[in-house]
Design a protein around this ligand. Structure first.
Ligand code: DQA
Length: 150
């Protein structure tokens, strides 16, 4: 049986520069290419995606707050805010939507400051280290959560 579900995908700061930004870590593909793959996957599975990229913490907080009125699930790569933002953590806790934390790189195999995530404290789960496939796997996880009535 096919699902319906409304999913908010948030890309945090500097992810708009994917493709040119440290390609040895983050890959050669652009954010637009990731978004197109996500939209294709979503349309094949009757999922409704809203995709937002922001370099601003407050804007991400407001996007999360507004999601409480329409979204079923949030997929978020908070980028550097992962390691610093209590405000984003609190917004996710406030809206109480199932949340999947995504990272392109394996943050646990990098600098020590990347190994703390404020977001994982409130996330349902994490998908990390698979490059652009982290997002595709997160979307699959969202589909499964929806299928199981989350
Ligand atoms: C990142 C990892 C973060 O530590 C970093 O600040 C990013 C990207 C990732 O997707 O691997 O900007 O979230």
């Amino acid at each position: 049986m096919q699902n319906t579900g409304k999913i908010l995908i948030i890309h945090g700061p500097n992810l708009n520069l994917l493709g040119e930004r440290e390609p040895q870590i983050y890959g050669n593909f652009s954010l637009e290419e990731i978004n197109q793959e996500l939209l294709k996957e979503a349309s094949q599975n009757q999922l409704d995606l809203k995709i937002v990229q922001s370099n601003h913490e407050g804007e991400i907080v407001e996007t999360i707050q507004n999601a409480r009125n329409w979204a079923n699930i949030i997929i978020i790569n908070p980028a550097a805010y992962t390691h610093t933002s209590i405000a984003i953590r609190d917004a996710l806790a406030a809206v109480q939507l199932p949340t999947i934390e995504v990272h392109l790189s394996n943050i646990h195999a990098r600098e020590s400051f990347r190994q703390t995530s404020y977001i994982s404290l409130v996330a349902t789960g994490q998908v990390i280290g698979f490059g652009k496939y982290s997002y595709i796997l997160a979307l699959k996880a969202a589909e499964l959560l929806l299928q199981n009535g989350k």
